[in-house]
Design a binder for this molecule. Structure first.
Ligand SMILES: Cc1cc2nc3c(=O)[nH]c(=O)nc-3n(C[C@H](O)[C@H](O)[C@H](O)COP(=O)(O)OP(=O)(O)OC[C@H]3O[C@@H](n4cnc5c(N)ncnc54)[C@H](O)[C@@H]3O)c2cc1C
Length: 128
């Protein structure tokens, strides 16, 4: 059985957006299903299913992990994230680009400064 979208728990942890995840995983599942029905034997069918799982990981896993990391920081220190977004122009510009659809959370997380701050913030104690 191939699962996609909400059924496969494919959702952005930060924005809770799931439509694009459902569409993208659905397209990949459709391609895998086409290979499955023409598979000559069980080994070939397993190969098609495995390929689907790897594609989902490659295409969506990176985004989900980046969103999960950001959500983790926000959950532990909401005031820190709020402060960064309102007081630091680079942070605000990145949020603006994200809202306008010019980048993704994974794109934002590629910046070394953001990665460093996120890694540091995950080590800070949460509010009491
Ligand atoms: C209130 C709310 C607001 C949201 N807002 C956003 C948003 O702004 N942006 C965004 O990206 N995401 C949003 N989401 C998430 C988004 O709706 C889902 O991630 C997305 O619709 C998942 O698509 P899907 O195809 O996996 O599942 P679904 O859209 O749930 O589709 C599954 C379909 O399968 C049908 N079904 C279920 N069981 C069976 C069965 N046994 N036989 C036949 N059919 C069956 C269901 O009736 C349904 O039509 C929101 C979700 C909620 C609940």
């Amino acid at each position: 059985m191939l699962v996609a979208g909400d059924a496969a728990a494919l959702v952005d942890h930060w924005s809770r957006e799931g439509i694009s995840y459902a569409l993208r995983s659905g397209a990949l599942a459709g391609q895998a299903a086409a290979h499955l029905v023409t598979a000559a034997d069980e080994t070939e069918a397993d190969c098609a299913a495995g390929h689907y799982a790897r594609q989902v990981e490659e295409v969506l896993g990176v985004e989900m992990r980046a969103s999960g990391a950001l959500m983790g920081v926000f959950s532990r220190n909401p005031s820190l994230v709020h402060c960064a977004l309102t007081r630091l122009p680079p942070a605000w510009r990145r949020l603006d680009a994200y809202i306008a659809g010019r980048t993704s959370v994974a794109g934002i997380m590629t910046a070394p400064l953001v990665r460093g701050v996120t890694a540091l913030a995950t080590r800070l104690p949460g509010p009491r």
